[in-house]
Write a protein that binds this ligand. Structure first.
Ligand code: AMP
Ligand code: ZN
Length: 463
């Protein structure tokens, strides 16, 4: 039984899928006008953890993540410039060159973070213009739209009760973060189709029944979710910033076009990742990408490991000190699992640990508790090493941090300082000084090497 916090209702609920043993999940994906920052990557990593937890529970997950390659405006609402057009203009290259480049970079990042992509669909907004136009037509037929000189708008006052804030509860006041557009009937109305400015030639624009223009940002997620997951599906995810206005707008336009409610049964929102206590901003130095972390010598798995140390609904604060600490802890873990790894047949995982593990992942995806359990297991003297290894392997199916991968023996060169530590450790072991030998092993791990004790003597390899 999976219990999760549903942002739609503000309650912890028992997860029940529409179709037995199947989950349809939509994840708000990247806007490809720049590299994904590490906050965006938190959102995508958590979506991957959700998928892995559903899969661990025996569900077949159909996952869809959009690639936003048009229409996301600089104010995240209906005003401002299109982020992609702006970047293309500033760099004097085409919009498609921008989006191709950053889409590739996004795929590279998620691969480095061990985010599962098998079977996942990554539809692009620009390749679903027809679907978006059709959705507007439906809303138009049902009387939910009106036209201004700027485009076609969704008329929120046409919705009985106009409970646009259902997702946000009472946290936000009407109109907050919504730009005032004098032609809008109500501040919460939002653009479905934006008409191109007659004085400016856009690179990305399409003909439509209402004139040449481009889709409003919120529309793509509705059109593509409906196309690939159906008019109703199970889970929708995104960062906390999407709790308003992006997701309520998605709900309004989808449910009123299809006549079916709820659009998604469960809404999962990850909290923000900040850097050095501040919100990441492109103009500040705290705009960090995965590459920045890798360039400082940290493996992407260390970043993933660090991310999972915070619950997805708690804010996370990145600091170099924190990632250094995570790196040391990660090396210890990898060193330990490699030292107990056996090529022989796997032992059965420890039942009690597996039960606690399942309880934690099914308790609103509680990864910090799973990590604490992992450390407890590592230190547990009452569990056989083979059993430990196969239990850790199970944990890693959800964590995805690569701590149970078989050792890579491709690099056989061992530097002299490591060899010296190995010798010292052997001496300590001969003296049965386990404290010193464990300490030296940790030192070896911190230097990026793994030592495994075999009947033929110590086996060393690079991590
Ligand atoms: P974007 O590329 O801006 O469309 O955002 C992609 C995803 O990252 C969305 O689900 C956002 O809600 C999420 N997101 C944006 N900033 C952060 C942040 N600082 N921390 C966590 N998630 C974020
Ligand atoms: Zn979205």
């Amino acid at each position: 039984m999976i219990e999760l916090y549903n942002s739609l209702t503000g309650k912890i609920e028992v997860f029940e899928s529409i179709e037995r043993n199947k989950v349809g999940m939509y994840n708000c994906g990247p806007t490809v006008y720049n590299y994904a920052h590490i906050g965006n990557l938190r959102s995508f990593t958590m979506a991957d953890v959700f998928r892995r937890v559903f899969e661990y529970n025996g569900y077949l997950v159909k996952q869809v993540m959009n690639i936003t390659d048009v229409g996301h405006l600089t104010d995240d609402g209906d005003e401002g410039e299109d982020k992609i057009e702006k970047k293309a203009r500033e760099n004097r290259i085409s919009a498609s060159e921008i989006t191709d480049f950053y889409t590739k970079a996004f795929f590279k990042d998620i691969e480095s973070l061990n985010i599962k992509t098998d079977g996942t669909l990554f539809p692009k907004a620009t390749e679903h213009i027809n679907e978006q136009v059709e959705l507007i037509k439906k809303l138009e037929e049902k009387g939910f739209t009106y036209k201004t000189s700027k485009g076609i708008y969704f008329n929120t006052s046409k919705v009985p009760g106009c409970d646009i804030f259902r997702v946000v509860g009472n946290e936000l006041k009407e109109g907050a973060r919504v730009e005032i557009n004098s032609e809008k009937h109500c501040p919460t109305d939002f653009a479905l189709w934006k008409l191109s400015d007659r004085n400016e030639k856009r690179q990305q624009e399409w003909d439509s029944p209402w004139g040449v223009g481009f889709p409003g940002w919120h529309l793509e997620c509705s059109a593509m979710a409906i196309k690939y997951l159906g008019e109703q599906f199970d889970v929708h995810t995104g960062g906390i910033d999407h709790k308003f206005p992006h997701h309520p707008n998605e709900i309004l336009q989808s449910e009123n076009a299809t006549g079916k409610s709820p659009f998604s049964r469960y809404w999962l929102h990850n909290e923000f990742l900040s850097v050095g206590g501040a919100k990441m901003s492109k103009s500040k130095e705290n705009f960090l990408t995965l590459n920045d972390i890798v360039e400082r010598g940290y493996d992407p798995s260390v970043f993933r490991f660090w991310l999972l140390g915070t619950h997805y609904r708690s804010p996370a604060n990145f600091t170099w000190q924190a990632i250094r600490g995570a790196s040391n802890a990660y090396k210890k873990l990898v060193g330990f699992t490699a030292s107990i790894h056996s090529e022989e047949e796997q032992a059965h995982p420890d039942k009690e640990y597996i039960n606690s593990f399942i309880k934690s992942i099914n308790n609103d995806f509680d990864t910090p508790v799973v990590l604490a359990l992992l450390w407890k297991l590592v230190k547990d003297k009452n569990v056989d090493e083979e059993v430990k290894f196969s239990t850790i392997k199970e944990f890693d199916k959800v964590l995805g941090i690569g701590i149970s991968s078989p050792p890579d023996r491709s690099d056989s060169h061992i530097p002299e300082d490591i060899a010296e530590l190995i010798r010292k450790r052997e001496e300590a072991r001969k003296e049965k000084d386990w404290k010193t030998s464990d300490h030296i092993r940790e030192e070896i791990n911190e230097l990026g090497y793994v030592v495994k004790d075999t009947p033929e003597g110590p086996e060393v390899r690079k991590m």
